[in-house]
Design a binder for this molecule. Structure first.
Ligand code: HDE
Length: 709
């Protein structure tokens, strides 16, 4: 046999399929710019010899690699981010002198990072958790960071409890289990002793903690802030982000399965939506409250475990944020971005919320460690778009080369520069709040009603949403090993709602106990415990419809993922016409078949398959369609993976539609002959299917028949 000729260097290159749009023709160099000739072999004493210490190329490469990681965020480690713009609808000059909230003519660039709180950087996106919603506005007056969450309240009232809370929720220290989950003893031990967390607990045990997408979450500034106008008149303000796609969540069983099938589910969803040009949008909402109304509410505006019901103070939508560009490099942008509630601009100011006050310390401190020093503002993603001029100098990783000799103020050598800015020139001045009090470590009495808003939230939910909260609590407490913790928690829940406690207790197989005294164990050593026990104030509101996701907008299927199940012999006309209708309405469709490759339609048309049952899963889709075609339907109904797909979609209350023989698959599944179930459509026009998908879920299906999928 003739010896095969080895390819020459150029042929080697030509045989590979290169992505010719990429690359800039550069040659490989060291960090000193030296061109590298051999990136395959280290320098050795002979071909089989030991590696030489002299190999500066090897050492530089490995040293850099060894230092590639920086400390991950102690909280909010897992995240994804995008660039975008903020457009103001109308000037807010009567309330604030912040220029980006006055000038409607110019969009403000933003960078937004979404995150989970408890898990490590590599944890699953679908953990039951609050989501971070941090927005950096690059304004003409410097960077303004609105570092919020997708839940409008928080677990604790005072920053001094934050390390305790986070230690309790993080994996247990002896074995680092469980990852990104609050269902364990230390978390519930702490919570069961802290009744102030009860309102937040209602939210994190609700479906808000398992969002369908970052793009379908509300955002909240949480604390009460201040807007201050040019005359120095202030108003209290609560910040909201309202997603234009509505607020939607997945089911808990689904969340757990997604965590296995695609732990990057939400990160991928954000990335793909932006790549496909379906830019996520939120409106900025403000609840504006005159200073004179500070004490008008049933709760204290400074208490971060309370929200201001929208029915009492409407949310005014004042502008729109659009995310339109993915980061170029995850590390350089998403990982290195440094948010800080203390990054504010003239016209916005803080209040004395004790949680906010503590945050004002923490975020700068954390960046010093995480980003390695005081010059993190020089990292490109953190740089303001306006120039920075001050007398700060040097330090680790300094980028700026200050060419002047003056680094002090006042000076004459530098012509007095940089000057202090007058207010008229945009100089920042703090709101002159009158403060008069004793220096004291004590919680205000106005912070002691821990149950009323927890009850308001619970009572504002639909029946299905309430059931989900009960199930989540039963799940979480069921994972707690110590019986006394379970019981103490049920005692606290009984203070929120009796039926809630009865149902959770039933699932745990325990009676509802009287709450232990003292209910609140978070009080100073010398205090009278009685002074710290929860009280109940009469409430002006029994329900707040705005708190239920049932009342969100449900008018669009834009960016929804629809699975079309098919096999050889599928009715291609039916498949193509429904696919076209769904895509025209803004959805994405994927043809899923027993194998990858192409399908042959009943009229002979070749149809490319997007995913097989092996690579796809129903939990990654919003709805399922089964087209007609006798042979296709026959193959699918004989395929357990196809049956499982439909069963699971049914269990998770998704819209399911079939045409012609496609209905045979539904008949062979758990749906059986019950084609009348809500959200199951047989031989209906595409418009009916589109309306059903827009409805998001048919929760009424959930309890009636539990599908074993
Ligand atoms: Fe944070 N929080 N936090 N937090 N937080 C951090 O800062 C902290 C709180 C929030 O995508 C850390 O850069 C304290 C409330 C978001 O980079 C750290 C307290 C809210 C993000 C920190 C709170 C948040 C963080 C960790 C109680 C909603 C991610 C890494 C006093 C309003 C930002 C970092 C991003 C991140 C401290 C409570 C939101 C350690 C001490 C309340 C969205 O500084």
């Amino acid at each position: 046999m003739a010896k095969k000729k080895l390819p020459t260097e150029n042929e080697k290159v030509e045989n590979l399929q290169f992505d010719t749009q990429n690359g800039d023709g550069q040659m490989l160099t060291t960090n000193q710019g030296l061109r590298i000739n051999d990136n395959q072999n280290s320098l050795k004493a002979g071909t089989r010899g030991a590696t030489l210490l002299e190999d500066f190329i090897l050492r530089e490469k490995i040293t850099h690699f060894d230092h590639e990681r920086i400390p991950e965020r102690i909280v909010h480690a897992r995240g994804a981010a995008a660039h975008g713009i903020f457009d103001l609808y109308e000037s807010l000059e009567p309330y604030t002198r912040a220029r980006f909230l006055n000038d409607t003519s110019k969009p403000t660039p933003v960078f937004v990072r979404f995150s989970t709180v408890a898990g490590s950087r590599g944890s699953s996106d679908l953990a039951r958790d609050a989501r971070g919603f941090a927005v950096k506005f690059y304004t003409d007056e410097g960077n303004y960071d609105l570092v919020g969450n997708n839940i409008p309240v928080f677990f604790i009232q005072d920053a001094i409890k934050f390390p305790d809370l986070i230690h309790a929720v993080k994996p247990e220290p002896h074995n680092e289990i469980p990852q990104a989950a609050s269902a364990h003893d230390t978390f519930w031990d702490f919570i069961s002793l802290m009744p102030e967390s009860m309102h937040m607990i209602m939210w994190v045990m609700s479906d808000r903690a398992i969002p369908r997408s970052f793009r379908m979450m509300e955002g909240f500034g949480v604390h009460t802030f201040r807007l201050v106008n040019a005359e120095g008149v202030a108003h209290f303000v609560k910040f909201h982000w309202k997603p234009l796609l509505g607020v939607h969540s997945v089911a808990w069983d689904e969340a757990q399965k997604i965590s296995g099938k695609d732990p990057d589910f939400q990160r991928r969803d954000l990335w793909e939506a932006i790549e496909n040009g379906a830019f996520p949008e939120w409106e900025l909402g403000l609840q504006i409250i005159p200073e004179a109304d500070e004490h008008k509410f049933d709760f204290d505006l400074l208490d971060p475990t309370k929200l201001v019901p929208e029915e009492l103070v409407p949310v005014q939508r004042v502008g729109k944020m659009t995310l339109n560009r993915n980061p170029d490099n995850f590390f350089a942008e998403t990982e290195q971005v440094a948010f800080h509630p203390g990054h504010i601009v003239p016209g916005i100011d803080f209040t004395n919320d004790p949680l906010l006050q503590g945050r004002l310390f923490s975020y700068l401190d954390t960046q010093l460690l995480r980003l390695g020093g005081p010059n993190f503002h020089e990292i490109p993603i953190n740089r303001p778009i306006v120039s920075v001029a001050n007398n700060q100098r040097d330090g680790h990783m300094r980028q700026t080369i200050n060419s002047d000799r003056v680094s002090y103020e006042p000076n004459t050598i530098g012509n007095g520069c940089p000057f202090q800015a007058k207010m008229a020139d945009g100089g920042f001045t703090s709101y002159q709040e009158r403060v008069d009090g004793h220096k004291i470590r004590e919680r205000s009495e106005s912070f002691r009603d821990h149950f009323s808003q927890a009850a308001l939230f619970f009572h504002s939910q639909s029946e299905a949403e309430q059931n989900h909260i009960i199930d989540a609590l039963t799940f979480e407490l069921g994972k707690v090993e110590r019986k006394n913790i379970r019981s103490r928690m049920v005692g606290l829940l009984s203070q929120v709602d009796k039926q809630l406690a009865v149902k959770v207790a039933d699932g745990l197989g325990i009676p509802v106990p009287e709450p232990e005294y003292p209910m609140n164990r978070s009080f100073p050593a010398d205090a009278d415990p009685e002074q710290y026990q929860p009280v109940r104030k009469k409430q002006s509101l029994e329900k707040s419809p705005a708190l239920s996701m049932v009342n969100t907008v449900k008018d669009s299927i834009k960016t929804r993922q629809i699975a079309i199940l098919a096999a050889h012999g599928v009715d291609e006309n039916d498949l193509q016409s429904v696919k076209k209708a769904l895509e025209a309405a803004g959805a994405t469709t994927k043809i899923i078949a027993p194998k990858l490759g192409t399908l042959k339609g009943s009229a002979g048309q070749e149809i490319p398959v997007d995913q097989s049952f092996l690579t796809a899963a129903s939990v990654l889709f919003d709805a399922v369609y089964v087209p007609g075609g006798a042979k296709s339907a026959q193959a699918l109904r004989a395929d357990p993976d196809a049956i499982h797909f439909v069963n699971e979609a049914y269990r998770h209350c998704k819209a399911i539609a079939a045409t012609g023989e496609g209905a045979d698959l539904l008949k062979a599944s758990y749906i059986g002959a019950d084609s009348k179930a809500a959200g199951v459509l047989v031989d209906q026009p595409a418009e009916a299917f589109i309306r059903a998908i827009a409805n998001h879920r048919f929760w009424e299906r959930e309890k009636a028949r539990k599908v074993p999928a």
